[in-house]
Design a protein around this ligand. Structure first.
Ligand code: F6R
Length: 244
């Protein structure tokens, strides 16, 4: 695992966007899996700027939104789909047939898992996964101790995830579960970039880098990937620097 530390959030977003641009310019028609959350729109806005400057053709690859809160669709502000469409797909002018996502409004989550699993099977594997890390170490909705049984899965939300959800929805979510690409499948990605910013992520970044890889801290499993880069700001990286 490679760790890049930058002074500020804007520097982190620009570095992550440059890496995504480089990947897209070298790998046409691959599948890119994108996380939502509070962190990622900063990266996507940089990337959209690069596309507008003619540095990258964002319509030369396919996209999959990594996860979704079960019960929520685009209409719910704070859903993964709403964040990705409003911060990236719409401003970047991505063609509809290049965009894939879990439909959180589909009550049969098993069939949603099968639908996205067959999409993934068609590509063989994800080309690039662009991830955030939750304060509890979750990746997508791969919560601490979520069983890794298949390519995509539905997981009960961890209590930390539920309490943090107020920052997306204005109040703690009513959702009880989330649907997501599994950790196993994410680890099969050709390349992984994880973006971590803010003092509140310093403890989990320390654990990600130092704990024995296990589902107790899903992000620690990123160390099993042969091609994973974490890009962090100096606040998130403060515990790494002070303890090393
Ligand atoms: C969202 C996702 C989550 C977030 C993580 C960090 O699609 O996959 O794992 O990346 O919870 O979220 P923020 O950036 O809000 O701290």
């Amino acid at each position: 695992m490679k760790i890049i530390i930058r002074d500020s959030k804007p520097d982190v977003f620009a570095e992550a966007a440059r890496k995504i641009k480089t990947y897209i310019n070298r790998n046409k028609n691959q599948l890119i899996c994108l996380a939502a959350g509070e962190t990622m729109p900063g990266v996507y806005s940089e990337l959209v700027g690069m596309a507008k400057d003619g540095e990258v053709d964002l319509n030369s690859v396919f996209y999959l939104v990594l996860d979704e809160w079960v019960g929520f669709g685009y209409e719910t502000k704070g859903s993964c789909r709403q964040i990705l469409f409003d911060s990236f797909f719409i401003p970047a002018g991505i063609a509809e047939d290049r965009i894939n996502y879990f439909n959180g409004l589909e009550s049969d989550t098993e069939s949603e898992c099968r639908r996205i699993s067959s999409l993934l099977a068609g590509f063989g594997r994800i080309g690039l996964s662009v991830l955030g890390i939750g304060v509890n170490g979750h990746i997508g909705f791969n919560e601490p101790y979520t069983k890794q049984s298949s390519t995509c899965l539905t997981a009960q939300l961890d209590k930390v995830t539920r309490s943090v959800s107020a920052k997306y929805f204005g109040t703690v979510t009513t959702a009880k579960s989330g649907i997501t690409v599994s950790m196993n499948e994410i680890l099969r990605s050709h390349e992984i970039i994880a973006v971590v910013v803010g003092q509140e992520k310093s403890k989990i970044l320390y654990k990600t880098v130092n704990d024995m890889p296990s589902m107790a801290v899903p992000s620690s499993l990123l160390r099993l990937s042969k091609n994973c880069t974490i890009i962090a700001d100096s606040n998130a990286a403060s515990s790494l620097e002070s303890r090393s």
